[in-house]
Design a protein around this ligand. Structure first.
Ligand code: SF4
Ligand code: SF4
Length: 106
């Protein structure tokens, strides 16, 4: 299947599956994870919580970085706990779990 993804020009290239995640953002631009399906409004394109971190020059998951920004009903005092739970649910820190893609630039 051919899919057009909009990715920041300074984003790092996608590493091989199983390598450490480098925040390339390809996976979250291509498909929504279960956390996004459960908690975020549906729309076309990249996940609404996919955030570009300009200082680190990589993407990050907003549901881990600042979940209360996306879940307005979440009390601030629970934000840390929610962030840890979302990080666990998206398998953060366990390496790239997204399969091979062919990327064509312009
Ligand atoms: S899991 Fe893989 S595809 Fe997703 S942001 Fe990390 S390196 Fe990129
Ligand atoms: S919730 Fe986070 S990990 Fe899941 S698709 Fe969105 S940005 Fe990616």
């Amino acid at each position: 299947m051919i899919q057009t993804l909009l990715i920041h020009a300074e984003a790092p290239p996608k590493p091989p599956q199983g390598a450490p995640c480098n925040g390339c953002g390809i996976c979250c631009a291509a498909a929504r994870c279960p956390v996004a399906w459960l908690f975020l409004p549906r729309g076309s394109g990249a996940c609404a919580a996919l955030e570009w971190d300009g200082s680190a020059r990589r993407y990050r998951c907003g549901m881990v970085a600042q979940p209360a920004h996306y879940l307005r009903w979440l009390p601030r005092r629970w934000e840390g706990r929610a962030a840890r739970w979302f990080a666990y649910r998206i398998a953060a820190g366990r390496g790239c779990d997204f399969g091979a893609v062919e990327v064509a630039g312009d």
